[in-house]
Design a protein around this ligand. Sequence first.
Ligand SMILES: NC(=O)N[C@@H](CC(=O)O)C(=O)O
Ligand SMILES: [Zn+2]
Ligand SMILES: [Zn+2]
Length: 345
Amino acid sequence: MSETLTIRRPDDWHVHLRDGAMLAGVVGHTARQFARAIVMPNLSPPVTDVAAAEAYRQRILAAVPEGMAFKPLMTCYLTDRTDPAEVRRGFEAGVFTAAKLYPAGATTNSASGVTDVANIREVLETMAEIGMVLCVHGEVTHADVDVFDREAVFIEQILAPLLAELPTLKVVFEHITSEEGVQFVESAGGNVAATITPQHLHINRNAMLVGGIRPHAYCLPVAKREKHRLALRRAATGGSPKFFLGTDSAPHAREAKESACGCAGIFNAPYALESYLAVFEAEGALDRFEGFASLHGPAFYGLPVNADTVTLERGEFMVPDMITAGETQLVPFHAGETLGWRFRG
Ligand SMILES: NC(=O)N[C@@H](CC(=O)O)C(=O)O
Ligand SMILES: [Zn+2]
Ligand SMILES: [Zn+2]
């Protein structure tokens, strides 16, 4: 049994770095493991134009700890009023790597999101024309759709019809959580891919609800039944280039999660690679880890793979109960659990 694993340096194709003191406290955890990351734009107010994205990019770079090389890839938050010309301008200037569709009300800071995809029709036509990736939070928000069904209903009502109308649009179905999500991406064309988070590979909804309600296991889309977790594990470890790493690391202060109305989001950045690797090892797929973590994402986005490598080594360690970001306490994914691989750098 090999004691170390060396792969091309990975990228995180979906992360929330926040802003201000929280940004300063969390960005190093991502920059330590990943060369690049798709930075989600759901700040308050959201990043909806080129000037805001460029300013945010500069704040991120200023917050990266000394000695770490890290390239934030910026995204444009789409609203009902997004100007197609602004999206084109940002993409052509190299500021926007992608644009993000948040259905209004679907998740954290999505109040200014899109109320009907018909409202961004021209933006999406422009994106299809210029080859720009649309990142999608794929959940409907109607009160009459059960929260556990919202991803499957989104595919049926929104995503499938959208791709039928714009068959060349490049789409990353973000943080998929269901068997339906896996099947949809597998049967779609090469212009459709998906990110998968570590938490959705590790936990099902029991982890959140059995023996007490566990706010640190709550994120959106919510973890689902065991059969969905197993479908996601098969997808992530199966070698298909349509599935790649996107942590969806989403820090919220401990007290904002341990609340009568706790925030959605799991902070997994500090041990992201260790967490994914535990899954690949359990599935007997260590040889497929590099593809998922470091090769499939760049290939889909049309970017070069990273030149340097990272090494993980076998060795048990316990994930701390708490990590601080400035004054703020964050409870990391796997808090208090033992993991079997360590990131060496
Ligand atoms: N995933 C989450 O549960 N939360 C994310 C938003 C998102 O990615 O939907 C956040 O920004 O907190
Ligand atoms: Zn989301
Ligand atoms: Zn997210």
